[in-house]
Write a protein that binds this ligand. Structure first.
Ligand code: TMP
Length: 204
């Protein structure tokens, strides 16, 4: 039995939730132990931290410490035990989001983030990361129609351009882990690309 760990990433409005749901259904039809989770969040403690990160004013170091504190609890109590027993873990965002949002968007020190990453994760990374790549201008149009924005969704397009650049840098640094999904297509075409990328790896 071997577990798998897949994360989904992308700027707000990139449309990953629709595809996450389809992937979860597909995986549940094949494997008894599927864990769907998210970050920030995924445990009672980390969900409390999520509320603070999304709604309370704080500086980028504080934001980074809170997302990594939640990640520590999430890894120790949910993700690592799940992988150890052979579960397939689907995580809506993980550390790449910290590099993209706190590092890229907020301009926070990437070396500090790298230090936190190694303390908290002890080398653990997702096996595969689906990056939903969408131009920030198009994501902004989609978000304009959405619900009450949180602290991140309320940011301007320049912020999301920096977040996008943060994701691109991570994807270029770790090409073996990242799969770029072109999210600037009709939803059916995005789903087809996702299926073919996962099928090639035996993950659909
Ligand atoms: P969600 O809307 O996809 O649930 O994500 C919540 C927000 O949190 C999203 O705008 C991205 C942001 N975020 C960070 O800023 N840093 C992180 O480490 C993570 C996981 C998310």
């Amino acid at each position: 039995m071997s577990g798998r760990f897949l994360s989904l990433e992308g700027i707000d409005g990139a449309g990953k939730t629709t595809h996450l749901e389809a992937l979860e259904r597909r995986w549940r039809s094949q494997h008894a132990d599927v864990v769907r989770t998210r970050e920030p969040g995924g445990t009672p403690l980390a969900e409390k931290l999520r509320e603070m990160v999304l709604h309370d004013a704080m500086d980028p170091l504080c934001e980074s410490l809170l997302v990594f504190a939640g990640r520590r609890d999430h890894l120790a109590t949910v993700i690592e035990p799940a992988l150890a027993r052979g579960a397939w873990v689907l995580c809506d965002r993980f550390t790449d989001a910290t590099f993209a949002y706190q590092g890229g968007g907020r301009g926070f020190d990437l070396a500090v983030l790298g230090q936190l990453e190694s303390w908290v994760q002890q080398g653990r990374q997702p096996d595969l990361t689906l990056w939903f790549d969408l131009p920030p201008a198009i994501a902004a149009q989609r978000l304009a129609a959405a619900r009450q924005p949180d602290r991140f969704e309320a940011m301007d397009q320049a912020f999301f351009e920096r977040v996008q650049a943060g994701y691109r840098a991570r994807a270029e640094a770790q090409p073996q882990r990242f799969v770029r999904i072109d999210a600037d297509q009709r939803v059916e075409a995005v789903a087809a690309q996702l299926q073919s990328e996962l099928s090639r790896r035996g993950w659909w």
